[in-house]
Design a protein around this ligand. Structure first.
Ligand SMILES: [Fe+2]
Length: 219
């Protein structure tokens, strides 16, 4: 299995997750990456199957409309703690629409559903461990009367030989991040690993880089 390149380690934001021993490692090949922190699944994992779960959540097969909100790209690389890419990992993502509403029957948020927003995708990493999907930036929503969840995307990642990871990806420069009862419970290093990095644009859409480090199943 080939190692992820140093360039990609930097590009996909893995550098910030390198453990302290990196400073004494003789080469990047020996560096260990901190596993991506887990987070609760939350109450809104989809309950009804849907035909379209592809990598473009801004359109639904058979409909002509486009999801409301700011279209964005999320991409990154799935690796093990040594930086080896994890190919063919199943990446299951679900999120609220631009108005902060999930396509879930028990979401109490009164903001409108968006019939053109897919809301859920199940994709796979390629041979280099890379994945990419198009979606809209999710809206914030109230978890309780006094707690607004910042924009976030839920991830469940399963790679052969690795522990399934359930986590949440956050967006940079969001005021609500600081007050979030889940995110602020993490250490600064963990928070930094869970917040995607704006990484230029692709087809005029902002790209958010979010790489994921998995733990071997037997550990
Ligand atoms: Fe959520």
């Amino acid at each position: 299995m080939k190692k992820i390149s140093r360039r990609n380690v930097i590009r996909y934001g893995l550098a910030g997750t390198v453990l302290g021993i990196a400073g004494v490692a003789k080469s990047w090949d020996q560096a260990l990456l901190a596993p991506t922190p887990a987070e609760v699944e939350g109450p809104f994992y989809p309950v009804a199957d849907q035909a379209d779960k592809d990598a473009d959540m801004t359109r639904i097969t058979g409909r002509t409309g486009v999801a409301k909100g700011e279209a964005i790209i999320v991409e990154g690389t799935i690796t093990d703690i040594s930086g080896n890419p994890v190919a063919d990992a199943v990446i299951d993502v679900w999120q609220a629409n631009a108005a902060g509403r999930y396509n879930h029957p028990r979401d109490p948020n009164p903001t409108p559903r968006d019939p053109d927003f897919q809301g859920w995708a199940v994709i796979r990493s390629d041979a280099d461990g890379h994945y990419r999907f198009r979606t809209v930036k999710p809206g914030a929503y109230p978890a309780t009367k006094t707690w607004m969840r910042p924009p976030h995307i839920h991830f469940k990642i399963s790679g052969k030989g690795f522990r399934t990871l359930i986590t949440q990806m956050y967006f940079p420069n969001e005021l609500l991040n600081e007050a979030d009862l889940l995110l602020r419970n993490k250490s600064p290093k963990e928070q930094s690993a869970m917040i995607a990095k704006a990484d230029g644009d692709h087809e005029n859409l902002t790209v958010y880089a979010y790489s994921i480090v998995l733990i071997p199943a037997q550990r």
